[in-house]
Design a protein around this ligand. Structure first.
Ligand code: ATP
Ligand code: MG
Ligand code: FE
Length: 339
């Protein structure tokens, strides 16, 4: 299965055989976006176009697989940036047509969950999945990853990754903000500043998230310190902010497991690379008797292997391939696993 991922700034091409990862080639246009503090869609689309063929060749070479040995093609058809998605969909369709193999349009968010199967085997079903990335933060009930994914809750404002990116900006750390905040926090005190935990009141929705108040609280706190001429400890702010995010995410994920009588939790998406999230989730799952699965950090952020992994899962489940007129859907809902 040859997988194509172009929903944002990463051109990811992955090859899997069943649940075995063969290769995972990545090209990124992140450096071209950094000075804008966010991904510029037109730049991303152009970069995908330029990177596409060389990245496909690299994935094949790394796997030692000939193009003619490819049995099926999978591609992210949404959600994501329309122009960026279209480059991947067009390329995948061209390869599928030229090779005479089936084409599977897949949901990027479900692929963030499916990638875990490459490292930890078939997902237990039902599982609770928590998806935390640059554009999404959701808790999902997954009775069947190939065709039945049910949202239990999501963010009502910013995504978790977006909060990391915005707080990094306040602290003059580079974009994307998750990795530098994770690093700075190692030297900080997570209890230095009591930042708010959004939507954790008794009458708040049990599985919804809100991170925009937290982001504002961090900005206000830093401004106040600067106004008073007090030096801001970047490690302390990073650690305290990160702790607030991780505390809420892990508490709600464990609660979803308990409420639904599910004893398997999988965490996916770019924020799942966060070291503190991984540690606290492990502690709380151990305490609650929940089996936790998190992909290795490299597979948490966008890549082509995750798309191939979900494509492979669809084949295994006997799901019909996509039609040759598959298009891109920038707001494909999580309930639509394959398009
Ligand atoms: P989506 O999957 O919702 O379409 P995306 O594809 O842009 O969004 P991903 O590549 O899955 O997002 O994740 C990128 C996000 O993950 C960024 O917001 C980034 O800051 C965050 N991130 C990456 N590494 C870490 C980390 N170590 N700690 C916290 N956040 C991280
Ligand atoms: Mg990215
Ligand atoms: Fe993603």
């Amino acid at each position: 299965m040859l997988g194509f991922e172009t929903s944002c700034d990463e051109t990811g091409i992955g090859l899997v055989r069943g649940r075995t990862l063969l290769s995972d080639a990545l090209a990124t246009s992140m450096a071209e976006h950094e000075r804008f503090g966010g991904v510029v869609p037109e730049i991303a689309s152009r970069a995908h176009l330029e990177a596409m063929v060389p990245t496909v060749h690299r994935a094949l070479a790394d796997a030692g697989v000939a193009l003619t040995d490819v049995d099926a093609v999978a591609v992210t058809s949404g959600p994501g940036l329309t122009g960026a998605l279209l480059v991947g969909v067009a390329a995948a369709k061209a390869y599928a047509l030229a090779l005479g193999v089936p084409l599977y349009g897949v949901n990027h968010l479900a692929a963030h969950v499916a990638v875990d199967e490459l490292e930890h085997g078939r997902l237990a079903e039902p599982s609770i999945a928590m998806l935390v990335s640059g554009g999404h933060s959701s808790i999902l009930l997954v009775p069947d990853l190939a065709q039945d994914v049910q949202p239990l809750g999501q963010t009502i404002d910013d995504a978790a990754g977006e909060a990391f990116d915005k707080v990094a900006r306040v602290l003059d750390l580079p974009f994307p903000g998750g990795p530098p905040i994770d690093r700075e926090a190692l030297a900080g005190d997570p209890r230095a500043i009591a930042f708010p935990r959004g939507l954790t009141g008794p009458r708040d929705a049990a599985y919804d998230f809100s991170f925009s108040g937290l982001k504002t609280a961090v900005a206000r706190w830093v401004e106040a310190q600067q106004r008073d001429g007090v030096a801001v400890s970047v490690p302390d702010v990073a650690a305290s902010f990160q702790e607030a995010v991780v505390d809420v995410l892990t508490a709600k994920a464990v609660r979803a497991c308990r409420d639904h009588g599910v004893d398997h939790l999988v965490i996916g998406g770019g924020v799942a690379a966060n070291s503190r999230l991984r540690a606290v989730a492990q502690e709380r799952c151990d305490a609650a008797g929940i089996v936790l699965r998190v992909p290795s950090r490299r597979l948490c952020t966008d890549n082509g292997a995750m798309v191939a992994a979900l494509g492979s899962r669809l084949v295994e489940a006997g799901v019909a391939p996509s039609s040759p007129d598959l298009g891109a859907d920038s707001s494909l809902p999580i309930t639509v696993v394959s398009a």
